[in-house]
Design a protein around this ligand. Structure first.
Ligand code: ATP
Length: 326
């Protein structure tokens, strides 16, 4: 469905120096810095996949989405989505895709949401019957009934985001690009948006490319991750594989009968310790969990034990450090 091969994109940014003299000089001789936003990016995506596109700030995520949605023309490389080259077949292509940029709005600010929807129906040329059915479904699943008659500027961020997602789906696209769709939303709205994304993927088979800094989005939605750093693709694989490669640390929280001396377990580091409770960090590549628990039980009379796996956030931070892209 999506094939991206060797895409590169650079931006030429005018260099600005401080001071009047330098400003005057730059009027006559402009100097530029070249930013390599994307360097030789390749991947392919199957129909019906949800792929999480992650990376630190400035890594090149939005630039990739802009190339894939036809907004930007790359310097080199090819991109074929449903048989189209996004930036070349733009008019026909945009009828088949939906795009949500969490930080920007595609709705008209001063008019009721429904007016924007109707304008989009005309732009995308959606037959009336199909539009009504889709709108009913979106109104129901995204709980829009009480907000569609309100101008966008009066909506809360969560309400606006639900409308943005609906707007991107009015023409029933096969591919949906979501660039930070949960940014700034409260916990309840985030869960509602994630739930909806999962539903349209499952029930309508929409292929979804999701960029986000919220690892809970990734964990809730994407089985596959593409990691980009400094314009290069660094990892393409499952979340599970990522966990087993980088998430080898586990935490033991142990409550026990009072013991005055600190614990000493070979290969296990002590995160915190009191006479009744210890938090231990175990690198399971070095010490087996069963071994760590046996050693712990030899030293204290255990009352309770909890074992936690490393949060995905920590794994990603570790990954960024490992690739030196943070
Ligand atoms: N129009 C532009 N002109 C000049 N430089 C740009 C332009 N768009 C992006 N860049 C640069 O390209 C690089 C990649 O930017 P991009 O917005 O794709 O990153 P990102 O991964 O989406 O970051 P973030 O997570 O902060 O949104 C950055 O160094 C950015 O400054």
């Amino acid at each position: 469905m999506i094939t991206v091969k060797g895409i590169s994109k650079s931006f030429k940014v005018p260099r600005r120096s401080a001071g009047m003299g330098q400003a005057l000089k730059s009027l006559f001789r402009r100097e530029y810095t070249v930013v390599h936003a994307l360097s030789d990016i390749s991947f392919s995506i199957e129909p019906g996949e949800i792929v999480g596109y992650i990376g630190p700030n400035g890594a090149g995520k939005s630039t990739t989405i802009k190339v894939m949605s036809g907004i930007l023309v790359p310097d080199s490389g090819t991109c074929t989505i449903m048989g189209y080259t996004p930036w070349r077949d733009r008019v026909r292509y945009v009828k088949r895709i939906g795009v949500v940029f969490g930080q920007r709005s595609q709705l008209w600010w001063d008019v009721p949401v429904i007016d924007s929807f109707e304008l989009l129906r005309d732009i995308y040329d959606v037959p009336e019957r199909e539009y009504r059915d889709t709108l009913d479904l979106l109104t129901e699943t995204l709980d829009l009934k009480h907000i569609v008659n309100t101008p966008v500027r009066q909506l809360s961020l969560g309400q606006r985001m639900r409308c943005e997602i609906a707007a991107s789906l009015l023409h029933s696209p096969s591919v949906l690009f979501l660039d930070e769709p949960t940014i700034g939303l409260d916990a309840v709205s985030k869960i509602a948006v994630r739930q909806f994304i999962r539903t349209i993927n499952k029930e309508k088979g929409v292929t979804i490319i999701l960029t986000t800094h919220d690892m809970n989005d990734i964990e809730a939605l994407a089985r596959r991750i593409l990691l980009i750093g400094k314009g290069s693709l660094l990892y393409d694989g499952s979340l599970q594989e990522l966990r087993s490669r980088f998430g080898t640390r586990k935490t033991i929280t142990a409550d026990y009968m009072e013991r005055q001396e600190p614990l000493a377990i070979p290969g296990v580091s002590i995160v915190s310790w009191t006479p009744e409770r210890a938090v231990l960090s175990v690198d399971t590549e070095q010490v087996m969990m069963s071994e760590a628990l046996t050693r712990l039980a030899e030293q204290v009379d255990l009352l309770d034990v909890a074992i936690d796996t490393q949060p995905i956030e920590d794994i990603i931070v570790q990954l960024y450090k490992e690739y030196q892209i943070s």
